[in-house]
Design a protein around this ligand. Structure first.
Ligand code: ASP
Length: 453
């Protein structure tokens, strides 16, 4: 049994939805289909989820939302028309949205999630309706009836354990199941969404719950590429890699899957196949458990290079730091108290740097943290540096290969870039380099040339 998920660009208009249905019907093992809301049809177009957010904001600010509502309904009207479903389908969406807008929800965050969820919910109903209209046995599945239980963290929900048991019964359904992605219900019965892009997570949770043989994630690229195509011209495709490698790459800016997608399938060792709705012949990229990924010798030990900007370094110095028991814990507690998670913490004997993401650590928090470090830890110096970029060289084979770090540093040096930090994770799946943001493209090109050209 396969669980298949289609992203927004795969459902952007009627033509795309026909392709989706052809793909689903071409393989009888594809039994559960998770859909996103319609995405962009062309560069500069607006995703339905963004239109719904705008609509919800207008309502919350007591502004006139007639046009915003009509814009969303019109997207669905065009889709329904293109699928030959008639005006009723569009009216149904209009009713649904009007009901949501008039609901008496007492908190803005709850209301926002309720509105956002309308995108995938109506899409799932339309897709099921279309399949029925062409004589296929398909049903829309409401996440509440299915038991998709989430924590009540609005806009950023997590899956509750019970969900896996609840969803296991989807395995026994006779009909093709069309399941809306991105949202579920809290224990109190309220609609809650994952963070943006969360339909990937829905698909993964269902795949794990029903013990699928594979989780197929259809998007609009033939493969995952080994480096960002916006920086590297025609980078090499990756035909397969492991969950751990994918995790490291997506951490550093590979935006192929939502960050939390892999956890459910990872535990069940279910392979993920990233594929292209616009070119279903292409086998795509397979993400597999480590034991299934023993690369043949001679293969490139590096599978991909990723980079991300927007990091801050808080560099702390104190003479004899290494003898002071609990120093590291007390330092990190100061970040914890401000609700700031740290990303890395490379250290020397008398110094330690705590690296955080700029977006998680606004100016006021940063000031309070550095002030507390000075006062409470009696350090010799605290220096904050902005504009750090992180480059990840990823590949399981690296740990068994001599000379990777040396080749990488030499390549970066050839590009006249100063490396500000090096960190090799204990898992040895990746080597991290910290460079100034202005140097990141140069470094990427140098590393790509070294390992892939
Ligand atoms: N439609 C939602 C978003 O745009 C969720 C998703 O597509 O996965 O974020």
């Amino acid at each position: 049994m396969k669980v298949v998920k289609f992203g927004g660009s795969s459902l952007a208009d009627a033509n795309q939805i026909r392709k989706v249905c052809d793909i689903v019907l071409s393989d009888s093992k594809r039994r559960i289909v998770v859909v996103s809301a319609p995405g962009k049809r062309f560069d500069g177009d607006v995703k339905v989820t963004d239109m719904l957010i705008e609509l919800a904001n207008k309502k919350l600010n007591n502004e006139d939302y007639t046009e915003a509502l009509e814009n969303v309904v019109d997207r669905y009207r065009q889709i329904a028309k293109g699928l030959g479903l008639g005006e009723d389908a569009a009216n149904f969406v209009k009713h649904d949205l009007t009901d949501r807008l008039n609901s008496k929800i007492d908190s803005n965050a709850k209301f926002m999630d309720f509105m956002k969820a309308a995108g995938e919910d109506n899409t799932a109903k339309l897709v099921a309706g279309y399949l029925n209209s062409i004589g296929e046995k398909a049903v829309y599945m409401n996440p509440k009836d299915a038991g998709m239980l989430l924590s009540n963290e609005y806009g950023n929900a997590r899956v509750l354990k019970q969900t896996y048991e609840n969803l296991a019964k989807l395995r026994d359904m006779d009909e093709l199941v069309i399941f809306p992605g991105f949202f579920g219900y809290s224990v109190d019965g309220e609609v809650v969404t994952f963070s943006r892009g969360g339909s990937d997570v829905t698909g993964s949770v269902i795949a794990a719950a029903v013990n699928a043989t594979v989780y197929e994630n259809f998007t609009d690229v033939d493969y995952v590429f080994c480096a960002n195509p916006k920086v590297i011209k025609e980078p090499k495709p990756i035909s397969y890699f492991t969950y751990e490698e994918m995790r490291e790459l997506s951490y550093a800016g590979f935006n192929v899957l939502h960050e939390e997608t892999l956890e459910p399938v990872y535990r069940k060792k279910i392979a993920v196949n990233i594929r292209n709705t616009n070119n279903p012949q292409s086998p795509g990229t397979l993400i597999v458990p480590a034991e299934r990924a023993d690369r043949v010798s001679g293969e490139n030990p590096v599978v991909g290079i990723a980079a991300d900007k927007g990091f801050i370094t808080v560099h702390v110095e104190k003479y004899m730091m290494n003898r002071e028991i609990g120093f590291g814990r007390r330092l990190l507690t100061l970040f914890e108290k401000e609700g700031v998670s740290y990303e890395h913490a490379p250290s020397g004997i008398d110094s330690i740097s705590v690296i955080v993401k700029e977006k998680n650590c606004p100016k006021d928090k940063l000031e309070r943290i550095t002030e507390a470090i000075r006062k409470e830890l009696e350090v010799d110096d605290v220096v904050v540096e902005h504009g750090l970029a992180i480059i990840m060289l990823v590949g399981r084979g690296m740990s068994k290969t001599v000379g990777i770090a040396s080749r990488a540093t030499t390549a970066i040096a050839r590009a006249s870039v100063n490396i500000r930090m090096i960190n090799q994770g204990s898992s040895e799946v990746s080597i991290m380099f910290g460079v100034h943001e202005d140097d990141v493209e140069k470094s990427l090109i140098a590393l790509y040339d070294e390992f892939f050209r």
